[in-house]
Ligand binder design. Structure first.
Ligand SMILES: C[S@@+](CC[C@H](N)C(=O)[O-])C[C@H]1O[C@@H](n2cnc3c(N)ncnc32)[C@H](O)[C@@H]1O
Length: 269
């Protein structure tokens, strides 16, 4: 394996293979992983569906597995991430109630220690179309570490907290917990195709990545995203003067991410 890391590049292919073949062991400061949640291809049972066909919330090839394959895939990429992370590195993994169980169990088996589960409250959550359960309005981000001495930039996280004292100073963390309110990506931030539709069904908010990158990395550190999608992690890492590596298997998303990343040029010292 070459010892030169492919910094500030998008690598096309399967993340497990690429992590094993191209990324040196113990070399990455921070990983943000937004894996497939395995929610696709499952029709929703709508009480008043008069359309004559099944309704799917998500229906993407890259998000469709049988359960055993999904667990095997989860184990494989978690192990590959564990290998490349520095001993004091962090991995943040986004998930929902649908896959958090598998991630917690397999994450611990892979050797990670759980530091926090952040709850992302989606202030503009999708409406309750089935009317049979409580409305889903949250996703989670599990923060695992590999060893001791992980980075937690407490002052930066305090700064990030939108609530300030009457004098405009940063508040203590008492009112900024492991609970974050951010809308689902919309407006200018949402990347749309020529048809005006979102190009990626699960584009993550830049604000979420800003918090994670500020909290658990420093300038010039390397931030890796094995499920790069539209490149949200790369864009925010660039803005915050971190180095980044993206891995994505879908060529169409890579084209979109490349276009998006051209918007910002890395600041030189
Ligand atoms: C949940 S999305 C990530 C979205 C991304 N966070 C964003 O803000 O745009 C997961 C991405 O992983 C990609 N993917 C799925 N399986 C993969 C694999 N084995 N290796 C690399 N990429 C994969 C999919 O094509 C999809 O774009």
């Amino acid at each position: 394996m070459s010892h030169k890391l492919p910094l500030n590049q998008i690598l096309q292919g399967d993340c497990v293979q690429i992590l094993e073949a191209k990324i040196q062991e113990n070399s990455i400061n921070l990983i943000f992983a937004d894996p497939p949640y395995n929610l696709s291809g499952k029709p929703l049972d709508l009480a008043n569906n008069k359309t004559g066909g099944a309704y799917y919330k998500m229906n993407e090839d890259w998000d469709t597995f049988n359960y055993e394959d999904y667990v095997t895939f989860t184990v494989d990429w978690l192990k590959a991430c564990h290998k490349v992370l520095l001993p004091n590195g962090s991995i943040y993994i986004s998930c929902t109630q649908h896959n958090i169980g598998e991630l917690l169990v397999e994450g611990k088996k892979a050797g990670f220690k759980l530091n926090n589960i952040l709850t992302w409250y989606k202030t503009n959550a999708m409406p309750n179309i089935t009317k049979r359960i409580f409305t889903h309005s949250t996703e989670f981000v599990c923060w695992f570490v590999k060893g001791k001495n992980w980075i937690f930039n407490y002052e930066e996280v305090k700064e990030f907290n939108p609530h300030k004292t009457k004098d405009g100073n940063n508040k203590q963390m008492r009112d900024f917990l492991d609970f974050i309110e951010i809308p689902i990506v919309q407006g200018q931030e949402r990347i749309k195709g020529a048809d005006g539709r979102a190009v990626h069904p699960t584009q993550k908010p830049e604000k979420l990545l800003e918090l994670i990158i500020k909290a658990s990395s420093n300038e010039d550190d390397i931030v890796l995203d094995p499920f790069f999608g539209t490149g949200t992690t790369g864009k925010v890492a660039q803005q915050l003067n971190r180095q980044w590596i993206g891995i994505e298997k879908n060529e169409q998303y890579i084209i979109v991410a490349k276009e998006r990343l051209k918007l910002r040029i890395r600041k030189t010292a």
